[in-house]
Ligand binder design. Sequence first.
Ligand SMILES: NC(=O)c1ccc[n+]([C@@H]2O[C@H](COP(=O)([O-])OP(=O)(O)OC[C@H]3O[C@@H](n4cnc5c(N)ncnc54)[C@H](O)[C@@H]3O)[C@@H](O)[C@H]2O)c1
Length: 410
Amino acid sequence: MGISLGLVGLGRFGSVFADLFRSHPLVDRVALCDREPERMKAVARRPGWDKKFNSRDMYGSLAELLKSDVDAVVIMTQPWLHAPQCIDAMSAGKHVYSAVPIISVPDGDEIIDWCERLIETCRRTGQYYMLGETTYYRPQTMFCRRKAREQAFGDFVYAEGEYFHDVDAKTNLRQVQHDRTSSTSGREWTAYKERYTVKGIKDGPMHYPTHSTCGPVTVMGARAVKVTAYGYANQTADPYFADAAFSNETALFQMSNGTAVRVCEFRECAGTLGMESETFRIMGTRGTFSENTWKENCRTAASPAQPLAVVQLTEAEMRDPLPDEVALAFHRISRPDATDPGDFQPKGHGGSHPYLVHEFVSAVAEERQPAIHAWEAVRYMLMGVYAHKSALRDGETLTIPDFGDPKQLP
Ligand SMILES: NC(=O)c1ccc[n+]([C@@H]2O[C@H](COP(=O)([O-])OP(=O)(O)OC[C@H]3O[C@@H](n4cnc5c(N)ncnc54)[C@H](O)[C@@H]3O)[C@@H](O)[C@H]2O)c1
């Protein structure tokens, strides 16, 4: 028997994931939930929704959905809502998938408090939490995790992670902000966030840090220990940055494995530095990954370095495979007559979306922690929170606390 899921938040991003969750072979039943009824109806009208969805399974709020008997909920609401909603859901006996980040509000201390409460809720309830961080399942990240498992990097010496998303880029952040604050919940937030302004609390891009921090953390299996960061403040009185101390922030972390990691979160920048806007690079004593290229000198303790071998990789070569039945089910969303799972091309943020869905559904069905569990998610989040704190203090070096590991579950 498969699992049942409630999809919460069918806006710009949630609506993109709806068909993937519905199509997964281990999902038997899907419920829809949004405070904007039209958004639920638009998804329910799509082809294929008559099979696992019943119109009785439409809920006008998360609170209503949590009274139902679904096994798990997928939270795709605005970023300032995630943590309290996830905690409510786990307290109601549901497993939870959350869009990134754990939570984003202007006050870093409040974010830290939510991180603590999230971990406490995971321990108390035994429910599973997964963060939907897209970088985790980019092809580059999958490839580097395999290389790390083979110890092909040797000792890690340095890494970089970055998210360059200019406010006026193709996915226009002014438009995204407008859309996220136009719904009922969005208008409530516009009124609520005045309290931060009154207290003089200033936000920064490091409060949305997961795309840049995830790569180095997951590949090296290390956490950040200390940080020094600096900010660039907008110089044009752009109203988009009115609530932010900085439009761009750059941090240098000392990691638990002794490496240094440079992270950039920029919202005001012309283009990118490398090939991608959301990417990372990792250098080891034996192997280095950068810009879809693997460089290896094959040095070991027993044998000297060889001439550097340089391999340019395609995305298909870097990806892990999905199980055939899962790839075929996803392929049939757009090609109902498809018969070859090999024809499926993963899409969405480097093809990460199908992998995120597969990992969460599998974890719930197999009753195990998902790969991007709460403790991993907290590591990504705290890097950003402490980087922003450091930038506000003109680069003061700060120690980043450790919230432990899921193996410490009772
Ligand atoms: N690469 C990535 O990982 C990535 C990319 C884009 C967006 N996101 C994340 O996706 C999330 C959603 O972004 P979006 O642009 O789709 O936002 P959106 O505003 O378009 O949609 C959010 C929806 O949640 C609904 N909602 C809010 N509170 C609710 C409640 N209590 N009960 C039921 N429904 C509720 C709203 O009505 C709205 O329809 C954000 O947190 C964002 O950070 C992640």
